[in-house]
Design a protein around this ligand. Structure first.
Ligand code: IP8
Length: 251
């Protein structure tokens, strides 16, 4: 299977400073861009992941952590709600979006993420677009609640499915060095020299650096990896050819 994995940043499609609100205009524009790439035939199979934005991050911030079962259950609840809103917009844009609750197929062992990919692979073979999300999950060894970021999930999915492309759609136009977008970023060489973008509002899973670090050990086997902004034209380029603005991440 030729698979694309796309992670849509939670802060792109929701306002982290305004709890529980989706930015419908932005999400619709992204959904249309993806739909065009499917129609053009440059995407065969697609897995979508979205982040927590003003839903999950806000709640974790409110509770301070996901240590308690109350916090865990509330995160699970609001992230489900966000996912169903996202899926609804994707469906209206004509995509065969199929929401899959991350906490039901993902778990951790001592902080390491594991996925049961059977449902996702079957869904892909059956022509659906699985839509997962950053979520709270169980650590089945330590018996604690943990957060699995959408970024880590996207890397893990891309690695598990040997994705042809992994595209991160973010609030910023790519990895920045001294304010300029870096064209190519090597995980083994360049991690020291990047600017960290301060995240406005609530972000409990780290910024660009963490996004990149999660790719270590997972990038092997993934065809191409791009980090781009949310301009629909650039998203289409990242999915089908090469983005005019954005960062290609390499080993
Ligand atoms: O927004 C974390 O996913 P992310 C989601 O991709 C939660 O970092 C539950 C805070």
């Amino acid at each position: 299977m030729r698979i694309h994995v796309v992670k849509i940043g939670g802060s792109v499609i929701s306002d982290k400073s305004k709890p529980f609100s989706i930015d419908y205009a932005k999400l619709e524009a992204i959904a249309e861009a993806i739909g065009e790439c499917i129609d053009r035939g440059c995407i065969d199979k697609l897995v979508l992941v979205h982040g927590g934005g003003g839903f999950g991050h806000y709640v974790v911030q409110e509770f301070g952590s996901v240590e308690s079962s109350e916090a865990f259950l509330r995160v699970v609840e609001v992230m489900r709600e966000m996912n169903s809103k996202v899926v609804e917009v994707l469906r209206l844009a004509g995509l065969k979006a199929f929401g899959i609750d991350t906490h039901a197929i993902a778990y951790m062992r001592r902080g390491k993420l594991f996925l049961d990919t059977a449902t996702i692979s079957a869904a892909l073979r059956m022509g659906l677009i699985p839509v997962l999300y950053g979520d709270a999950v169980l650590d089945v060894v330590d018996e604690v609640f943990r957060i699995a970021s959408g970024d880590e999930l996207a890397w893990e999915l891309a690695y598990a499915f040997r994705a042809e492309r992994l595209v991160f759609v973010t609030r910023v136009p790519g990895v920045l060095r001294r304010g300029e977008v870096v064209r190519k970023f090597s995980l083994s060489r360049d991690l020291q020299s990047m600017d960290e973008v301060a995240v406005r509002g609530h972000d409990v899973t780290g910024g660009m650096r963490t996004k990149l670090v999660k790719g270590i050990g997972r990038i092997a086997g993934v065809g191409s990896v791009y980090i781009v902004g949310h301009n629909p034209r650039v998203i289409k380029q990242a999915l089908c050819s090469e983005p005019e603005i954005g960062t290609q991440v390499v080993e």
